[in-house]
Design a protein around this ligand. Structure first.
Ligand SMILES: [Zn+2]
Length: 270
């Protein structure tokens, strides 16, 4: 599922190859992905105009048109945003929104059709209505500590709760817990202030490293450093730190991969 580092890669792709180019043609695949606009209205708004600015908040990508309106993109479970050259290649399979520029084209790809495409007048109002917490890459330590204070439950659930912090999903939450030496079942209540600060710095390290490596779009996880968990997350691989076999367990209905030695269960701490 696309998370902050993935969406940041899509944003950079658009920034590089999708701005200041007149939109020639727009094709919508499955209209169920359209949040608040019809396919006809979307075409009417986009064609003849150009994108001028990109913005990302958590897993949302927003693109400002030259008339001030914003295209909003959310990628659901399997979404992707890929440039392609229509003169040489076909649009990727499962393209749900195709944008042809005067030169080049972009495809919003969604195999399972769980993403969302919208058009809004006001980016700030849109983000407020989504009730998102601060962006996980932008948030400072003080605000991070505030967002966690008074909360209960598992650390992992808090990291993944978009209303607490926006951008982290199951994959990067596993890496953050690994880097912070925390078992997936660790409760927030078990973390004192230094523990929470260490968690913040692990989160920063993971997100900035992933963004810098352009490791987004999951297949590129092998671009992450050797001491990261994610490139070895598939079953049967060993911990990059101690060499023990990694394990997986279900936490809150989601699969968590962890190292039993580097991330001992909370009870063992006592
Ligand atoms: Zn280990």
């Amino acid at each position: 599922m696309p998370e902050l580092p993935d969406v940041e890669v899509y944003r950079r792709r658009l920034e590089r190859d999708g701005l200041h180019r007149r939109i020639k043609a727009v094709e919508v695949g499955d209209t169920r992905l359209l949040a608040n606009v019809s396919a006809t209205a979307l075409r009417d708004v986009l064609i003849g105009h150009a994108f001028e600015e990109t913005r990302r908040h958590g897993k949302h990508l927003l693109v400002r048109l030259d008339d001030g309106r914003w295209l909003t993109l959310h990628f659901g479970i399997t979404g992707d945003l890929q440039p392609f050259a229509p003169s040489r290649e076909q649009a990727p399979a499962y393209t749900q929104l195709r944008l042809d520029f005067a030169r080049g084209a972009f495809a919003y790809v969604s195999r399972r059709k769980l993403g969302r495409i919208g058009l809004v007048e006001d980016a700030e109002a849109f983000l407020r209505a989504e009730a998102l917490g601060p962006d996980a890459l932008e948030v400072n330590e003080e605000t991070f500590l505030e967002r966690l204070s008074g909360r209960r439950g598992a650390v992992k659930a808090a990291l993944m709760d978009q209303s607490v912090l926006a951008g982290i999903g199951n994959v990067y939450a596993d890496e953050i817990l690994f880097q912070a030496h925390l078992h997936p079942k660790t409760k927030l209540a078990a973390l004192d202030r230094p523990g929470r600060r260490a968690l913040y710095h692990a989160m920063r390290k993971v997100l900035t490293t992933a963004v810098k490596a352009e490791a987004g779009a999951e297949r590129l996880l092998d671009r992450l450093p050797n001491d990261f968990l994610l490139p070895r997350r598939e079953a049967g691989q060993d911990c990059p730190r101690c060499g023990d076999a990694l394990k997986a367990l279900q936490v809150g209905g989601r699969r968590s991969t962890f190292c039993p030695r580097c991330q001992p269960p909370p009870d063992a701490d006592a």
